[in-house]
Design a protein around this ligand. Structure first.
Ligand SMILES: [Zn+2]
Length: 172
């Protein structure tokens, strides 16, 4: 059984049964980690309050048939605005597990004082909007990013009725 202690941001959480939660973390040491938090839904659980999205926590994890959160302590947070929550989801979807990235961690950490924004994040993830072109007309003034296909669109082509589902698109 291996134990880790690392700073992390809670990206998302979901209930997996009556008592437990599945928590998506972006950790400084390990990159994205999906971990179980046992009994985190008990009203008496002191963990539960810390495992809300956009909380920075110092977390203790053990690895034994997957990761489990054994302890957590919050030390900072990002404002829970709609945009910040959406970008937190975006980070969850766009990163692979156990691939730590110091630049991404620094970006996440700095977002505690400002707000998240897509442009610098996309750049860190390897999709620099400054060098991107519209998938349809080749225009360099891109304003939308389509997650699934990892392509950009300009305003005009997007409004002209691309069939891309709206929830797959981010305005950058
Ligand atoms: Zn275009």
């Amino acid at each position: 059984m291996i134990e880790y202690s690392t700073k992390s941001l809670v990206l998302d959480e979901e209930n997996i049964n009556e008592l437990d939660k599945l928590v998506y973390l972006y950790t400084e040491e390990l990159g994205k980690v999906v971990a179980r938090a046992k009994s985190a839904r008990k009203i008496t659980s002191k963990l539960a309050a810390y495992l809300e999205p956009l909380n920075f926590i110092r977390v203790r994890l053990v690895e034994k048939n997957g990761f489990q959160i054994v302890d957590a302590l919050s030390f900072d947070k990002i404002a829970a605005s709609q945009q910040n929550l959406a970008i937190s989801q975006f980070i969850k979807e766009m990163t692979a597990e156990l691939q730590p990235d110091k630049k991404l961690w620094r970006f996440i950490r700095q977002s505690a004082e400002k707000n998240f924004s897509y442009r610098p994040l996309l750049k860190i993830l390897g999709f620099d909007p400054d060098f991107a072109r519209c998938h349809i007309c080749d225009s360099p003034s891109v304003v939308y990013f389509f997650k699934n296909d990892q392509i950009f669109f300009c305003q005009r082509c997007f409004l002209r009725g691309s069939k891309v589902p709206k929830d797959e698109i981010v305005l950058i």
